[in-house]
Design a protein around this ligand. Sequence first.
Ligand code: FES
Length: 133
Amino acid sequence: MKTQKLGKLEASKMGFGWIPVWYEKSCRPEAIRSCVAPVSRAAGKEVTTIEGLSPDLSHPLQRAWIVEDVPQCGYCQSGQLMSAAVLLREKPRPSDDDIDEAMTGNICRCGTYPRIRKAIHRAAGMMSAGGAK
Ligand code: FES
């Protein structure tokens, strides 16, 4: 997974979960709500945003999101995708309960939750079949 050094964090409205993934050296990734986290929390860490998954939409999650036609308005989708990325790093074959727990707090006003769940299962299948980046 590509990472980038923290330059500038952008915020969105609280509650939608625009979430970068922060990596501490040799630690697990952590999904953080950038809209409510102080920038100082990222000091010295590397940050991966949705653009860091892949620049060409080749990451299994991005491909699964497209196949399952997940987004509606798209506003919440960065947070949904990055939470899913952290989940699949920790649990490569998540259950529905795992997905529901991991995605809790990512509010989708458009109600795309069933498609999100399907896309995560699809991406998990792609990754286990060797499609992981
Ligand atoms: S797709 Fe519209 S808020 Fe989630």
